[in-house]
Design a protein around this ligand. Sequence first.
Ligand code: BJ8
Length: 422
Amino acid sequence: MSKDYTPLWRELGLDLVKHDGLLSVLSDAYKNIYLSQKNRPDGMKYFDFVISEVHGLRVEEIYEAKKQGRKVIGTFCIYVPEELVLALDGIFIGLCAGAEIGSEEAEKFIPRNTCALIKAFMGFKLSGLCPYVELTDLIVGETTCDGKKKAYEIFDEITKKMYVMGIPNMKNDLDKKLWLSEVVKFKDKLEQITGKKITLDNLKKATEIVNNKRIALKRLSKLRAHDPPPISGLDALLVNQIAFYDDPIRFTLKVNELCDELEERVKNSEGVVSKGTPRILIAGSPFAIPNWKLHAIVENSGAIVVGEESCVGSRNFREIVDNNFNSIEEGLEKISSRYLSIDCACFTPNNERIENIKNLYKELDADGVIHYSLQFCTPYMIEAYKLERKIDSPYMRIETDYSMEDFGQLKTRIEAFIETLR
Ligand code: BJ8
């Protein structure tokens, strides 16, 4: 880290001893998993830097922005419309939920058999380890899976900052109306806490910023379709994870710079692995940072991950908002319909997800699909069975969490799967 941020962490009320421990574990894991990779693109240096400063410079940047009166909005789901937050000059941030932290504390409030992502966001807060939670003015939840819905009630008792958006379970006409009204309500809430008003101009600008970010991520995804791929799955995953933390304009610029470099690599047939290396598409639950376990296993077992059908992946960037609107109301409708196109397993039916996976598989020229569900994530666990019957590519299902206990067992199963693809 570029400087000592202890005074800032103290001011935010973090547990300094535990926090030092967390940063040292994170830095070791990063060295082992990321910095040991061969032939990384130069453009990854920026993202390495962001990670090295994830609890430092970025936190300070947001802290300073808050002093200037900007509001910080924390989220746990890609259903929360970033465009509205940016239109009101807010800062939109994904909160810490990707590591096995504070489980013991969390289990005082929620059952043991809760998915790792929920346990982690409770655990990070209860252990005083997430600076972003402390910086938020509002934490926005959503009525997606049952675990999250109920955990948000408890999270509100703890943080007193929750606002929950009602997300329908289906996508019929009435559901669409309900969701649009939730988007409008969210806009009202943001206007109230920021003391600002959405205008057509700032809504258009914000939409463009978020669209550009998604277009850059899509560009990165398409480059992974080449054989040999110019970037590892681990690195591409990291970029997709950082999309939830970084300043969106700076982030987009850096992703595009990285893509320029990758295009050169493709022209020169330069890749991170040799041509013909088995190519894996991972589908399923989100990969909140720093959950790198599955990618690390696959890429250390002789294959390469070429795509993530995930909220930290294609579900986040596949569709953009149609920016062709002439009133705030029309803009809100376009935003609401773009978000309702997200094929989260919490919806029923959710058949478009099957088609989207099939298309992505073809687009990325993948050789096999690994379906990954976080343990106790019922929506994705159940869809994993359905997918097995509906797609005709080589396929395996795994259920795991953030712990390293099943690392060896998973590696054996994944190696065996990869063998069948050669
Ligand atoms: S749009 S996937 S980010 S809800 S918390 S569903 S892992 S049991 S995160 Fe999600 Fe939004 Fe849907 Fe995407 Fe399962 Fe855990 Fe629930 Fe989870």
